[in-house]
Ligand binder design. Structure first.
Ligand code: TNX
Length: 523
């Protein structure tokens, strides 16, 4: 602990030293070690910087996966440096990726930088990958450009020792209210990876659209996927496209958590198959933004045939551990029906080898053994509702924290924000960062908190720029809450590290909200 606090002081001092000094592309001083997001667990600056040059090679000892991380790093660095940066398995090299037994855990790493090179050491390829993101942020922002830049490519000397606070660090993208193509999802995945997020939750079905091909119920996608909010053409992922998203996410060390929202938020399915409706009549497709008006028919056996088929096909496509079954805003389902439905559906998820995640209303039913509940209440959600979640946590239900008035990326920043909603309040950058997942739900055991997730609902979100300007700069703050030790938490230090990200977003072509709360370098 003494070491961590000591290095924190150094990080804070480094941050203060550079505040206000706009790091130009020709900076000849390296960025201070530790001036990255999320904040590393421990930083010990010192010694000579390393300089990447024309003769730098990337050496990797280890498995195929480690080799692929090295290739990923080379692909990141080659366009802007213009260097060859060969990936080798032997000989001298400036950058080394080493798999080694050590106290790194599943995702941690150590980065050592000095005159002769940079070495990233980890127990698992995931740790190497996260260490590569750290190396990337230590290099000048111009490294992100896709044309040759002047450099110099300096990495400050010293050691970063790092590992995540929480195993679950998620982001959700709602591809139902508006459909996003595979390329758009992959673009977002790359932003998530930069901040060490490791779970991609895809909200694949809702009233406005069903977004995944299901062979046994083909009208779900073919008809239920044919529109979206506002009446556009919508779309859906073929199974091959969904597999491609899963593959791309895995290449960035993200696990895909697919969600089929049930028993509410199901108009697209009910419109596609009349037989799923209690009265046997299919409603029209829906392109508005109301919630809470649809429900699967809990008394009909065909409902469970449908659920079984969908979950079987989805589980077969999904290598990840989790299957999210929604369960929020079931305002058109009686409480008794809701409980009965969840009692039947959760075992189906288990039958196909997956662990249930549900929105926190699941805690009002009987959460299955091992299930996780995703809390999306507000700071001032009523005591009874919070107590229900806390009691479930005491009885073994794990929690993912997504408090809507903190981390909902679709909330407006201020009343002038052109996109987004405000039902949970206005969420400026400081508000989204300045809370502690460990103590947020009073009475919940610390061990019940598995992590955090930032959802992006897309009623008002249509383009890449829309996604970017709502996610950035709040997403990095949520990523930091998930990764960094509580002892590093400080808005004053964070806002300086966050400000230093701006030239990187500019280089990457990511538009962001220039919050007046953050000391941005001059544009
Ligand atoms: C509430 S959060 C919803 C979504 C909406 C969102 C808009 C949750 C579990 N349900 O259906 O898209 O608000 O902010």
């Amino acid at each position: 602990m003494g070491r961590v606090l000591g290095s924190l002081l150094l990080v804070a001092a480094a941050g203060a030293f550079t505040a206000g000094a706009a790091p130009g592309p020709a900076a000849t001083e390296p960025a201070p070690l530790g001036r990255i997001v999320p904040a590393p667990a421990s930083v010990t600056p010192g010694g000579t910087p390393y300089r990447i040059t024309r003769s730098t090679a990337i050496r990797v000892d280890g498995s195929g996966a480690a080799h692929r991380v090295a290739e990923y790093l080379a692909d990141l660095l080659r366009p802007s440096t213009g260097y060859r940066l060969p990936v080798t398995t032997h000989g001298a090299a400036g950058i080394r990726l080493v798999l080694s037994h050590g106290p790194f855990g599943a995702e941690g790493y150590r980065l050592d930088s000095g005159r002769d090179g940079v070495t990233i050491t980890a127990a698992e390829p995931a740790g190497l990958f996260h260490g590569v993101q750290t190396l990337r942020q230590l290099l000048p922002a111009a490294v992100e450009k896709d044309t040759v830049q002047p450099g110099p490519w300096l990495v400050a000397g010293g050691t970063v020792t790092d590992r995540p606070r929480y195993a679950y660090r998620g982001a959700m993208l709602d591809v139902s209210r508006h459909f996003f193509t595979v390329a758009q999802v992959e673009r977002y995945i790359d932003q998530l990876a930069l901040y060490k997020i490791n779970e991609l939750h895809l909200h694949l079905s809702d009233d406005q659209g069903w977004r995944l091909a299901v062979d046994s119920w083909p009208r779900l996608a073919g008809y239920g996927g044919s529109t979206q909010v506002g009446g556009g053409k919508g779309g859906y992922y073929t199974k091959a496209e969904y597999r491609e998203i899963v593959r791309y996410a895995a290449s960035r060390y993200l696990e895909v958590v697919p969600e089929i929202d049930m028993p509410g938020h199901t108009n697209a399915a009910l419109a596609s198959y009349a037989g799923l409706n209690c009265d046997g009549t299919a409603p029209p497709l829906y392109t508005g933004t109301e919630v809470g008006f649809s429900s699967l028919c809990v008394d009909k056996e065909v409902t469970y045939d449908f659920v079984d088929d969908v979950i079987r096909e989805l589980a077969a496509l999904t290598p990840g551990r989790y299957l999210h079954i929604g369960g929020d805003e079931a305002h058109s389902t009686s409480h008794a029906d809701y409980v009965a439905f969840m009692d039947r559906v959760q075992p189906i998820v288990a039958k196909y080898g997956k662990t249930v995640i549900g929105w926190h209303q699941l805690t009002g039913a009987h959460p299955a053994q091992g299930a996780l509940a995703q809390y999306w209440g507000l700071d001032d959600t009523g005591a009874d509702e919070k107590a229900q979640v806390v009691n479930a946590a005491r009885n073994g239900t794990g929690l993912i924290l997504s408090p809507a008035d903190r981390v909902y990326l679709d909330m407006k920043y201020t009343e002038d924000t052109p996109l987004g909603q405000d039902w949970a309040g206005l969420v400026e950058v400081r508000r989204s960062y300045d809370w502690d997942p460990g103590t947020y739900l009073a009475g919940a055991p610390a061990s019940a908190v598995r992590g955090v997730e930032a959802p992006l609902w897309t009623e008002t979100i249509v383009t890449d720029a829309d996604i970017d300007s709502m996610a950035i700069p709040r997403l990095p703050g949520v990523a930091e809450l998930g990764w960094s030790p509580a002892a590093t938490h400080s808005w004053d230090a964070y806002k300086v590290r966050l400000a230093a990200q701006a030239p990187r977003w500019d280089a990457l072509g990511i538009p962001y909200y220039r919050s007046p709360q953050v000391p941005w370098p001059a544009a």
